[in-house]
Structures are given as C-alpha cells and as structure tokens.
Design a protein around this ligand. Structure first.
Ligand SMILES: Nc1ncnc2c1ncn2[C@@H]1O[C@H](COP(=O)(O)OP(=O)(O)OP(=O)(O)O)[C@@H](O)[C@H]1O
Length: 257
C-alpha cells in the first residue's frame, strides 16, 4: 500500500514534575494509506494522544521518525489538521469566524476566508449557525464547528483525538454517522483516537490496538465490514469482543487492575 503517513519506531519519554521518567511510547511503527480511516485504541495512558501529537508535529519524538509523503513530520504541517476532544472553539468568535481561524494563519484574503468557511459549515450542516456564538450551541454542534475549522485549510490528513468523548451517547452515534459522510465526501485520511471500541469498529477500515504503557503497536486489525455498519451483525460483535479481550489482557498484564 502507498502510505501517506509513516510512523517508524517512534519512542517518547516524559519527565514528570517530580523528576521521574515516564516512557510513553516505545518503538511504535505503523503505515497509513491515503484515504484510510484508522482508529487507535489502547489502555488509558498508553500513549495514544502522544502518538497523535507527534504525527501532528506538536510534539517531538525522542527516537524514530514520522513522515508525510516521505518527508519528515517534525513540525506542524498544513496538510495535517487536528480536532481535539475539548471544544477548542474560541468563545468570543462567531461560528464563522472560528472556522476562519486557520485560514487567517494562512493569510487568505477575507472574502476567500468567508467563502471557504461557509463551504465547510455547509459540509458539516451548520450554515444556519454561522453568526451564532459557541455558547449558543450544543456539544455536538461545537464539535461540528471544530471539524469544519480543521477541514477549512484543506488538510489531507485529519487527526482526531477522542473527538466525541464529551458527547452524550445519542449525539455521539449521530456524529459518527456525520463523520463517515464527511470522510466519504472529502476523501481525507483520518486517524482517530478513541476510548470506545464500539466507535472504532463502527468507523474504521483498520483498528490499531496499542499495548499498555510504554505504548507499542500490539495488533493492527482489518475490519473488513462495509458501511453502513450494523451493530447487531455477529461479526461486528465478535470483533468488538476480541478487541475488548485484548485491552483487558493489557490492563491485567500491566498490573493496573
Ligand atoms: N507533557 C507531559 N509530561 C509528563 N508526562 C506526560 C506528558 N504527556 C503525557 N504524559 C504521560 O505519558 C503517558 C501517555 O500519555 P497520553 O496522554 O499519550 O496517553 P493516552 O493513551 O492518550 O491516555 P488516555 O487514554 O488516558 O487519554 C501518560 O502516562 C501521561 O501521563
């Protein structure tokens, strides 16, 4: 497969405030194909967010390398966008001006910014709320704005760190469907970190299961189910159970339970 993002033996340690070294990632390697939807799951604290931040260029690895189209990803790149869990929209800006933010950094002209912002607000179904402020929106709507903002600069790769983690169960399911629609329409490559095995099985082409800290890649699973996925399909349930078993093994092996 032609990999758009390549992660090659990436390691990362942190030093805590008390001076203790914490190995977050250990020689994690993974290739991600153009247009793929990859979900990353793993025990809490195994380095999922760290891996995503390294791919985004916000964090530097201690060892190994990440590349985008065979070029090192050692700083933020305009082709790699990020959506965080917490609503990272700015409360003092309207929805439209929030979506314009990244375009301002790219020094797009104002008319072009507004046109692009409205296009992406249309894509996430938020045109009607362009003049609203974030406090007027529900959690799901704010995450739509965050997605529109990340898409507005037209990155090829969308990194999503637990994007629906703060949403109620019903909104989360609706947002998963929305994300699949947006993914199909935009043909982006998506790398999404989630605590929810069900979410990973519902969304992903491939699921990356990480070990307990220090995070390594334990297994990469081809989901092999078409869309839309049926949660009552026995294969869906079997895959979910298999991944949950792996995570349980990891937590037990780490002595964390
Ligand atoms: N800036 C930092 N300074 C010190 N330790 C850090 C820092 N960032 C992360 N860590 C530690 O590195 C480990 C991995 O953190 P990370 O947030 O990547 O894990 P995670 O798998 O995303 O966790 P969770 O599932 O709980 O969201 C954790 O033990 C965390 O405490």
């Amino acid at each position: 497969m032609n990999h758009i993002v390549h992660i090659d033996e990436v390691s990362k340690s942190f030093v805590t405030e008390r001076g203790l070294a914490v190995a977050a990632l250990e020689k994690a390697s993974l290739g991600i194909g153009r247009g793929e939807f990859v979900c990353i799951v793993g025990p809490s604290g195994c380095g999922k967010s760290t891996l995503l931040r390294i791919i985004s260029g916000l964090e530097r690895a201690d060892g190994g390398q990440t590349t985008y189209n065979d070029r090192p990803l050692d700083r933020p790149h305009r082709d790699v966008g990020m959506v965080f869990q917490e609503y990272s929209v700015l409360p003092w800006r309207t929805v439209r001006d929030n979506v314009c933010l990244g375009l301002e950094f790219l020094e797009e002209k104002k008319a072009a910014r507004i046109e692009l912002a409205m296009h992406y607000l249309g894509l996430v179904g938020m045109t009607r709320f362009a003049e609203a402020f974030p406090y007027e929106l529900s959690g799901g709507m704010r995450q739509r704005v965050a997605i529109a903002r990340a898409l507005a600069t037209d990155p090829q790769v969308l990194l999503m760190d637990e994007p629906f983690g703060a949403l109620d169960a019903h909104t989360r399911i609706l947002m998963q469907k929305e994300l699949l629609r947006i993914w199909r329409e935009t043909r982006k490559t998506v790398i999404l970190v989630t605590h929810s095995v069900d979410e990973a099985v519902y969304l992903a082409d491939r699921i990356v299961v990480m070990t307990s800290r220090p995070g390594r890649i334990r297994e990469v699973i081809d989901v092999g189910l078409g869309h839309p996925r049926d949660r009552s399909n026995p294969e869906y349930a079997r895959l979910t159970a298999r991944i949950l078993d792996m995570l349980e093994e990891e937590v037990v092996a780490a002595g964390e339970f």
